[in-house]
Write a protein that binds this ligand. Sequence first.
Ligand code: ADP
Ligand code: ZN
Length: 661
Amino acid sequence: MNQPPATLRVLLPLPLADAYDYLPLAGQKLQPGTVVDVPFGSKQMIGVVWGKGTSNLPLSKLRHITGTVDLPPLPETTRNFVDWVAQYTVTPPGAVLKMAFGSMRLLKPKKNDDFSCPPPKPNHHQPHLTDDQKKAADALVQKVRDEAYSVTLLDGVTGSGKTEVFCEAIAECFRQGKQALVLLPEIAMTAALLDRFAARFGVQPTQWHSELTEKQRRINWHAIMRGESKFILGARSALFLAYPNLGLIVVDEEHEAAYKQEEGVIYHGRDMAVVRAHLGNIPLVLSSATPSLETMFNVQQKKYDHVVLHERFGKAAMPKIELVDLRKYKMTAQNFISPPLFEALQKTIADKQQAMLFLNRRGYAPLTLCRACGHRLACPNCTSWMIEHKQSGRLHCHHCNFSMRLPDKCPTCGAEGRFAACGPGVERVAEEMKARMPDIRFAIMASDTLDGPKAAQALVNQMANQELDLLIGTQIMAKGYHFPRLTLVGVVDADLGLAGGDPRAAERTFQLLQQVSGRSGRGEDAGRVLLQTTAPDHPVMKALLKGDRDSFMAAELKEREAYHLPPAWRLASITVSGADKNHVIRLAEQIAAAAPQNQKLRILGPAPAPFAMLRGRYRHRLLVQAPRNINLSASIRQWLGGAKIPRSLRIMVDIDPYSFL
Ligand code: ADP
Ligand code: ZN
């Protein structure tokens, strides 16, 4: 008797609810992970054999796999990771698989593609480590030798040599012949690190991020998945690639909220790195000068190890932080630099040193209003003000791509030429500096004034070569850079991040200001930091002033516990959006009414999201809190599983939200 042909589940890189069953190729035994061609509708698709078939459809209804694709099979760890992330984020597994593939166009190499990569040399240029660094490096190297899952927080002030230290662990990984992955929160930082890694290991790492050309992406993708490339430097999406032999992951600047992906599959790169390390049974290093409360909590719970670098490398001391109480100074509506900060700038530049002015706000002014009637120019699609940008000569919405010229007349009262800019963005601070110190050489560093990592690197080089006296910029200049002659950091508005409904507002402000401060005094000369604030008694300002991170974080954790917030509790948001406000509200209320009754879930809302309108869609939101021992993803999947969603509405689930817009 002939056995009926077994069927195979094939996962397609599409946001479908599940994998589909297919009949195997005649006479071929296909292992899970094999990349195959299958018919799908009227098209051919590429998919991955995910396991044995599971559907009850009669075999006559199933179609045949049409061929195999000449690629190494997707490793089991990668497949498990895809499934895990899909479950956790409440997204279809095919949408996660798509991230492993990068894009379908990459899969078939072109004739002259060369995937070979020179191997990194573990001992190419090994620095002489200080005792403190050596101890930390030894601990990390041991984790690599253990060849097992572990998470270690590498915790050291900016400039303490964390990068040098984790490079020792990477070197050990290379000695084992394995692949090492370093994740960065932002692409702008890759250029500087590429050269640094090249100096250390004799070769540049293979990059993986959205700003590569298609050809580079294709070549890098194949080099990584074929195991040719041993050293990978990438953005969070690099986690999903199919590594045949990954031995170590490093998450640099692990506290960065930029690790959170807010669109498509919504996930946190750092947290998924922990999962990837666990599934692959490999060590993970989380590096930061200002670790996240999540990570500190896990250290406290003894889930993560903790390795500390106590001081800055070499002669550099930590900068002196001072508060400037803005309430004490009379400043005009056009001036944002207080007398003490201005004096400090003058002195620094006269001493042939460099300064940085930090303001986390792009553009010229965050608000434009009519002086005659008070009308504020708002985005027609979003609950947000239009932001004036001198560079483009237009007003832009920072939440959708709407932009407009400054109108001649006020749309409300018709007054002509009465618009006034309110408050500063980096362009306006630059204007003030130009007016008050016309001879200084400065540049603006913000995501919209730079196009790409090369432009960022060009500015960094100008700073390093002392062709600039002053950098004025947003958070993209807060991180990672090392300018030995930079001795003054001025924070224009230290209170900026504290407003709003983000439960992490205080933590983030602390981290951001601590990071920016860390740019100062990294060379031989002592650094100074001036924080302009109207709230000098705020716990964040006090902690920065005293340099007392740990007490601040402990107090913060207590507060989160009291309010049932992460990391003490789990949190998720469910946002309903659509063009029709009433339909949105109705569905949000239906969802709330269908909430599981039995569990210890706490449900807040539904209520209009703080940005009740975004990109032309109304948004109604529920927040769900759960104790840590509840599988919140599973509850939500079940809860929403029965919901009937009209095509015109969308439900977005965000497990562990970082964005509270
Ligand atoms: P972090 O990552 O903690 O901010 P880095 O690793 O960037 O610190 O180190 C800060 C600076 O000090 C860098 O320029 C680095 O090359 C230098 N440095 C750190 N440790 C050493 C060392 N042991 N020998 C030589 N230079 C070092
Ligand atoms: Zn908008």
